[in-house]
Design a protein around this ligand. Structure first.
Ligand code: ARG
Ligand code: ZN
Ligand code: CA
Length: 253
């Protein structure tokens, strides 16, 4: 099942302010698609920053993303909660379009400056997909006209990479628990909690980790700054690939 796959994507932009910070440009959307097309093929130039001990684990997920359509909707909601209301027209949002075969991404301002959130595979298809704030959707690296209103240090498009990781069944790399809790991926070392900012290497949180000198804080499924995360592992890809097998939740994607 290690085949190349092209995933069609719908982006739903819902804005309260009809200006480029929320009703983001097609260029900003394209910049985000460009980032995930690099990250899920390990074509991102910052794989060069992966420490030697993890280099052989860097994986090409063999996924590409094709922008199929953009919808835009004005709303009076200034900040959405993480309760999926943006995913249904009956609650003021926009319905998912054929989520069995398409990745739906809602770009909406979120309460409390939340970057984004995802639904894991196995949930209701009506709410399947990911949600990302317009302030963290896209990359300043592609901002040629200087009109992307992205918030550093989460301005390189990695929130969407991270949320698609969840959408593809990946847990946070520290397993959302202490050193006794695993992320159910064999080749990611045990970590005690999330890493933030840009830790200096090596940085190790658990003595239970006997396989590496450091947490794999540069994994997309940690919480570090966008320009400090740069890899998925082979084990993470194997976990995601089960979704694409016959009978898998994302078989028709
Ligand atoms: N907090 C969010 C989540 O757990 C997103 C974290 C994204 N991190 C980043 N460096 N962009 O899903
Ligand atoms: Zn997460
Ligand atoms: Ca692990």
């Amino acid at each position: 099942n290690n085949t190349y796959r092209e995933i069609p994507v719908y982006v739903h932009v819902i804005y309260d302010q009809d200006s480029l910070d929320q009703n983001i440009s097609n260029e900003q959307i394209a910049s985000q698609i460009a980032v995930i097309n690099e990250d899920f093929r390990a074509l991102n130039s910052d794989t060069a920053n992966v420490p030697a001990e993890f280099k052989n684990l860097v994986t090409d997920y063999r996924l590409t993303f094709r922008l199929e359509g953009i919808s835009r909707k004005a709303s009076t909601v200034t900040a959405w909660n993480t309760n999926d209301e943006m995913k249904s027209s009956s609650s003021g949002g926009v319905d998912a379009i054929t989520p069995e075969t398409h990745l739906n991404i809602w770009v909406v301002p979120l309460v409390g400056d939340i970057l984004g959130y995802a639904q894991f595979p196995g949930g209701d298809y009506a709410t399947d997909g990911i949600v990302v704030s317009p302030y963290y959707f896209g990359s300043s690296d592609y901002d040629n006209n200087n009109d992307f209103y992205l918030g550093a240090p989460f301005d390189k498009g990695r929130t969407t990479t991270h949320e698609i990781g969840h959408y593809l069944n990946l847990f946070h790399i520290w397993g959302d628990g202490g050193c006794s809790v695993d992320d159910e991926v064999e080749d990611t070392p045990i970590a005690g909690s999330s890493n933030v900012g840009c830790p200096s290497y090596p940085s190790k949180s658990c003595s239970e980790n006997t396989t590496s000198t450091s947490d794999m804080f540069m994994n997309y499924m940690d919480y570090v700054d966008d320009d400090c995360m740069n890899m998925f592992t082979e084990g993470q890809k194997l976990r995601s690939q089960a979704l694409f097998e016959t009978g898998g939740f994302r078989e028709n994607l």
